[in-house]
Design a protein. Sequence first.
Length: 70
Amino acid sequence: MNKANQKNKKYTYDPKILDALVTKYGMTKVYIRMCLKGDNKSLTADKVQADYKSLKNQFSEALEKFNNKN
């Protein structure tokens, strides 16, 4: 009876962005993940989701520019 450990691939968030949101809002990582997942419905959750999306876009654009230079 060997069970394979599987990661939840549905909700994977960038740890660097999570850390930045934790510092900005002063909340726990669990709360930030709940906001991103949609479990928590509040104004703060909406702000967290919007900030995550913008940071993720900025991060991917920065990586793209860096890769294009080389």
